[in-house]
Design a protein around this ligand. Sequence first.
Ligand SMILES: Nc1ncnc2c1ncn2[C@@H]1O[C@H](COP(=O)(O)OP(=O)(O)OP(=O)(O)O)[C@@H](O)[C@H]1O
Length: 658
Amino acid sequence: MTSPSSTSLSHIPPTIYSLELRRTPAILSFRGDQMENLEQTHLTKVVAFLSSELDRLDQLINTIEQEGRETKANLAQDTRLNFDSFADNVDTFANIESGNRQIDALNAKVDRARSQQRKANLLLPQAYFARIDLDFGDAVSEPFYLGKVGYAKPDEENIVYDWRTPLADVYYAGKQGPTSYVANGRTISVNLTLRRQFQIQNNHLLGVMDTTAAINDPVLLEILAAPHSDSLKDITTTIQAEQNAVIRNLSADVLLVDGVAGSGKTSVLLQRIAYLRYVHREDWQPDDFLLLTPNTIFAQYIKDVLPALGEQNPSALTFNNYLVKLSHYFGVSLSETDLSYNQYLSKINAILDQPAPKSLDRFIPGISQTDDAEPIIARLQLLWRRQVAGDDIPDDFSSWLPWDPIFRCLGLAAPSPLQLLYTVLLITQFRQDNIKALFVDEVQDYSEDQMLLMMTVFKASHLTLVGDHNQTLDGHSFDPQSLQHQFAVHNRKVTAVSLLTSYRSTGAITRYFGQFSGLPNGSFIRPIQPEGNAPLILDHYSVSDLASLIRQQATETTGTFAILVSDASSAQALYDLLGDRLSLSIAVISAQDRDRPETNVQIIPLAIAKGLEFDRVIIVNFQDRYFSDAEFGPHRKYVAASRATQTLTIINKLTTDE
Ligand SMILES: Nc1ncnc2c1ncn2[C@@H]1O[C@H](COP(=O)(O)OP(=O)(O)OP(=O)(O)O)[C@@H](O)[C@H]1O
């Protein structure tokens, strides 16, 4: 297990120069003011440059497009289509080909200019967020400004460096003084002499901070305390050292992150997608990435993060949805309802690894004839290869062989659609090789069968799996160690990392949900935010009191507001009870929803609220059977309470009004 970097623990206070944040003005004001002036001058220069770039690129695109139109017109005039003789054919095709090449070159120029334009537009509101000064050994410190994307004029030095560039690693690693980073496989030693953060809005420098370590970073605390919207934001400007190590890990085959609630797993996963896109920009395409999400609401929740970093979202779907699509490809009819229980797929593996019994010849003639020691699966694979070689691929795999008697002959029950799909995958040796990198969120919810399918199909993909063993709501318990073992059986090496710092909630809320995590007082979870208010715990509470409480909380503060309940029917029942009492917009969110409506309050079943967060949370009927379940009750309480960022109210029992 890799433990979080110890540097993230040091509580070294940052040196703060911004007007709003300056704590020791007597000592710092002269240097601070002078430095702020220099930085403001630099910012003004960069913003002016980016604006001028937008004008230049606009003109450039117009010119190239004009040139393109003229080239096409000339080609149409000059290229006589003459197919009279072989030589004429060759000439005609050569002319067309040369014309196409000219057009392609112009298109490529326009694409490059548009990409630069997108970068300049992305940087204008915040040209950069940090500066590091590096001494490469010649006693001279060079400044590097880091932004959400890099920007350079063609063939010139970067004016802003991409946060993913190798040297930015030393910024995020948070070490001051002698350190190193790796670029093109070479370790480069440097002395980090300055690590500076900026708060910038367009041309205005709002704050400057020189820091020696990222923790207790006022920028981070300010971001965490701000009201949230319905969509997750990128964390580029405040990535912490332990998160950076996960984002930039290039050595792991399977990277498994087990992190406490609010430790930034989803954020890290998305930043890692952006990072890998950058590292593999020459050899991987956007389509080479696949993200498996728990549901469509979650996919909506994260949709803004990558575009904010100039990256397009990868294909995102639920694993069950993926399996259903895959089954259609093989003509096996599988629906999502076939996927909800444990079907012991590993048993199929065990049986197919045995030699074929003679009795199987009745259903697959000749299968047991040759070498008796050869496993059934090898023979079925050979049979399939012959089928393919003979261009005789069945449209519907389920009728290729008499599966029911075959399974019975092997001592198994007639196969379910999922068992048949798995058998198909084994026989055809199908692998989703076009996916170079697979990302899975909420991995603790995957059953052993689902993991087996994932290992079978994504054998050649790099995997990033993030989850929290405390967040399984039902079905089965998740054990990171047995998952590692399962991967090892499939010859895959897992690098496991745990994240123990929680960013989402106030200290009081973090301690509250921590108590349900299995260890006394959740003592291993480190909150980053200040203590805040203790959760409000109400034993018996009437519907009309709840309605007043909701009205009061909704008017007191801004931000997102959710009422969490055990399941869909409880959500609807609560909605009916609250009825018109609220004079606020309120909606029930269900598993089928693709989007969350913009209401003041949302009533959400816990399983759907998983992975999301809200500034205010009220949990209703915290002592009902769902939350008191002997096995999963503590996990459910942990997940529910950890959705709140600032205010948490718990109603143990909701009573109806007489
Ligand atoms: N380094 C960071 N800088 C700023 N915000 C952060 C950072 N890390 C996490 N956060 C914030 O903390 C909150 C929780 O992050 P995220 O949802 O990614 O955590 P998680 O581990 O996936 O949570 P859970 O498993 O409980 O759903 C989000 O608001 C995220 O923006």
